[in-house]
Design a protein around this ligand. Sequence first.
Ligand SMILES: Cc1cc2nc3c(=O)[nH]c(=O)nc-3n(C[C@H](O)[C@H](O)[C@H](O)COP(=O)(O)O)c2cc1C
Length: 168
Amino acid sequence: MKKGIILLASSNSNGDTFSVSKYLSDRTSFQIIDLKSKFIEPFDYEFKNSNDDFLPLIKEIVNNFDIIIFATPVYWYTMSGTMKIFFDRISDCLKTEKETGRKLRGKEMAVLSCGSDKELKNGFHMPFIETANYLGIKYVGEVHCWLEDNEIPTEVKHNLNKFAQIIL
Ligand SMILES: Cc1cc2nc3c(=O)[nH]c(=O)nc-3n(C[C@H](O)[C@H](O)[C@H](O)COP(=O)(O)O)c2cc1C
C-alpha cells in the first residue's frame, strides 16, 4: 500500500475542505498536513525566505511519501492562495534545492477540491496536471466535493470512496 499525505490548503483549518479531507484520511490512513499551520512565504527570487517552513516540509514529503493529495477549496474559480504559494515555492526545488527536486520525480499526486458549486469551471485541474508533467510526477486523478447543510452528501461520499481506491 502506498504512503500518502494530504496537504490541506484552506483558510479554515476546520472548514469544508478539512471535513472532506478527514473523510478521505479516515479511509486511507493518509495523514493531513495543514498548510495554514505552517509559515510559508511567497516565492522570492533572492531566496531570502529559505528559513521558513517550506524546505523542511517538502523534504519531509519527498523522503517519506509516495503520493501527495493536494486538497484545496475553490476560491474564485481556482486553487486557494495558500496552495498556489506552495506550488510557487516548489520552484525553490528547481533552483537551490535540486536534490529535493529530483526526489519529486516518480512520485504520484492527485487533487481534492471543495467548492460551493457542484461543478468546477473548465481548466481547474490544468495547473496541477501541467505541474505534474513538468516535475515528472504521475497525476493519478481528482475528486470534487461540496457540502450541503454542513454535511457531506451521499454522492460526494461515494465519489470520495472511489477516489480512495484510486490513490491507495
Ligand atoms: C474567497 C472565496 C472565494 C470563493 N469562490 C468560489 C468559487 O469560485 N466557486 C465555488 O464553487 N465556491 C467558491 N467559494 C466557496 C467555497 O469554495 C466553499 O464554501 C468551500 O466549501 C469552502 O471551503 P473551506 O471551508 O475549506 O474554505 C468561495 C469562498 C471564498 C471564501
